[in-house]
Design a protein. Structure first.
Lengths: 335, 283
């Protein structure tokens, strides 16, 4: 187990004036044993950042240190890390056992120990009966577990996950999420997990790094990020439906859909012109715009027993639930 | 087919049977000729049924005891030369092309694109075009009448390099990265992962290149002058003396039949590998 320091890390492709910079100086300190999720839309540089930690991408600027050792020029296999790939990247011609054992075999670990380690990992992941099968004979979920097993047997200081759940169906994804959580509790290995799925980020992370366009917009515990988004991007990215951003007095007023409650017309703080209603069973989400301003779309989460109809809906909110943002910089305005 | 009609089916079969007869008849004729004495063959209506001299002719051919006007070199030796040549060419081509394709796909070195196109351009230059300079080089190196002379000039293969390159490009990038994470160096990756994945391509190329090597005619004709280095395909030619001289056609035909067998065996044997490779796609 080890801490990871990411210090002003920059990634650019190409050289000179034509260089295309995709990561613009990310800083993050990850504590020993922490589970960190890097979340962001596609193209935000989250996978690139992970691959720089893995050593699969060169670091153009800044430093990455694992367990206090700067790894910028160290081969991936010598960084004491293990990675789970999005498409699992299992060797198709090797059995599950050989797949898990391959790294250890190269590291010249004695055969008896390889066997013992693979058996142990297989037991944790319930892969015991599949050890002699080839990857193509396994289901998606089983392949995913083999990919994790391959990471576990190496007993690394750090686990790196590159969207490992994106090829699974919704049910299996929820289940695997739990398994990953359980695994982290058992092994306590520092983990970096990349995803574009905010539900994964919210449920798995001890802390999350929200990335946008090559920058870390906010780093913090999921509920803290949800409760106090640092920028309008984070406000819009975390939460479904996203936080409403309404221009008001030269600033942006942010309010979560669940913090809007219907009220009589006389108490109305906002009047929504409802044009779309999504009953979800547990609650109802209504969408609309604010009468005079066509541009500001607003969503409100209503109780399941509320009557939602198209047309005017008067809502109010408690002042403590309001966030303010600077429309020019997108930054949160405190106070 | 859109419709299934009896008349169409019959017609299709008739065409196919006719086509097969056209292909098979000369082979049958060669076989029949190889079972008669040389006098029986040259009689006006040539016998259409196998005769009783099968073993006699084949043993004569294999040991080189025919009494014809042309060369009487033992076919056993020629078959051996052909086998060695074809195997060295097939394995050599596969080894060289695998390695060069590996370099082209997985390594970044200066002028990589130039090298690729240089290899690609040689696709347009068959052996026949460069045969004189090649002969000069091989003879200056003293490689005439040797296995090296028969095989080395034919080993470089742009086709196979190109084929392996295309295959390597389909191997997922993540597999390369996983191997890097596992600590496999480039050659380790090549041996442990790339080579097993290329099994089917290798099998297919082996068949093609073995037959190519076995059927080489023009180059061995130039590069060998001594009887004990004739491949069988050249041997057949040397058995036939020109003009009206009395050729032992039964022995020539027996040799031709024997020359046809190894490629046929390779195809039949490797076919199972083809099918196996097609059934379990390992990617």
């Amino acid at each position: 187990m080890a801490a990871i320091s990411i210090r002003n890390v920059i990634k650019r492709y190409g050289h000179g004036p034509k260089a295309n910079q995709v990561i613009h100086g990310v800083d993050a300190e990850i504590a020993d044993g922490e589970f960190i999720v890097i979340v962001g839309p596609s193209g935000c540089g989250k996978s690139t950042l992970l691959r720089m930690v893995a050593g699969l991408e060169e670091i153009s600027g800044g430093q990455i240190a694992i367990a206090g050792r700067v790894v910028n020029d160290i081969e991936p296999s010598e960084r004491d890390i293990a990675m789970v790939f999005q498409n699992y990247a299992l060797y198709p011609h090797m059995s599950v056992f050989e797949n898990m054992a391959y790294g250890l075999k190269i590291a010249k670990v004695p055969l008896a120990e390889i066997k013992q380690r693979v058996d142990k990992a297989a037991k944790i992941l319930e892969l015991g009966t599949f050890l002699q099968r080839k990857p193509r004979e396994l289901s998606g979920g089983q392949r995913q577990r083999v990919a994790m097993g391959r990471a576990i047997v190496r007993q690394p200081e750090v686990f790196l996950f590159d969207e490992p759940l994106s090829n699974l169906d919704a049910k299996l994804r929820a289940q695997t999420r739990l398994e990953i959580q359980k695994l982290h509790n058992e092994l306590g290995v520092t983990s970096l997990f990349v995803t574009h799925d905010q539900v994964e980020a919210m449920t798995l992370a001890q802390r999350m790094i929200v990335m946008n366009a090559g920058r870390a917009e906010q780093i913090g515990a999921p509920l803290e990020v949800y409760a106090r988004p640092a920028t309008t991007f984070v406000a819009g990215f975390i939460g479904s439906p996203p936080m409403n951003l309404i221009p008001r007095d030269g600033r942006l007023l942010g309010i979560r859909p669940e913090h809007l409650e219907p009220c009589s017309a006389s108490e109305a703080m906002i009047t929504i012109d409802v044009d779309l209603i999504e009953p979800l069973g547990a609650d109802i989400i209504v969408y609309g715009h604010i009468g005079d301003k066509e541009s500001a779309r607003v969503a409100a989460r209503l109780a399941a027993d509320a009557t939602a109809v198209a047309g005017k809906l008067a809502v109010r909110y408690a002042p403590q639930n309001v966030h303010w943002f600077d429309p020019a910089t997108g930054k949160r305005i405190e106070g | 087919m859109v419709e299934r009609r009896a008349t169409l089916g019959i017609l299709a079969h008739a065409v196919m049977i006719f086509g097969m007869l056209i292909v098979a008849f000369p082979l049958y004729l060669a076989f029949v000729a190889s079972t008669h004495t040389s006098q029986e063959i040259v009689q006006a209506p040539m016998p259409m049924l196998p005769g009783g001299h099968f073993w006699e002719n084949y043993i004569a051919a294999l040991t080189g005891h025919g009494g014809g006007a042309g060369s009487n070199a033992p076919v056993g030796r020629m078959m051996w030369v052909s086998l060695v040549t074809a195997l060295v060419i097939a394995f050599g081509k596969i080894a060289v092309s695998l390695l060069s394709a590996f370099a082209l796909v997985y390594f970044r070195f200066p002028f990589r694109g130039l090298f690729f196109w240089a290899i690609f351009v040689t696709l347009m230059l068959p052996v026949e075009v460069r045969i004189l300079p090649t002969y000069k080089v091989v003879s200056d190196l003293g490689m005439l009448n040797s296995y090296a002379g028969l095989t080395i000039p034919l080993i470089a293969s742009a086709t196979a390099t190109f084929l392996f390159r295309q295959f390597f490009l389909t191997v997922p990038e993540e597999l390369v990265e996983a191997a890097r994470m596992d600590g496999a160096g480039p050659m380790r990756f090549f041996w442990d992962i790339l080579l097993p994945l290329s099994k089917t391509s290798i099998a297919a190329l082996f068949v093609i290149q073995f037959i190519y090597g076995w059927n080489q005619y023009l180059w061995p004709l130039l590069a060998t002058t001594s009887e004990d280095m004739y491949p069988v395909v050249v041997g057949i030619k040397r058995m036939i003396a020109g003009g009206d001289s009395g050729n032992e056609w039964n022995i020539v035909m027996a040799t031709a039949i024997m020359a046809m067998l190894p490629p046929a065996f390779v195809v039949i044997f490797m076919q199972r590998w083809f099918v196996k490779g097609l059934v379990d796609t390992e990617k």
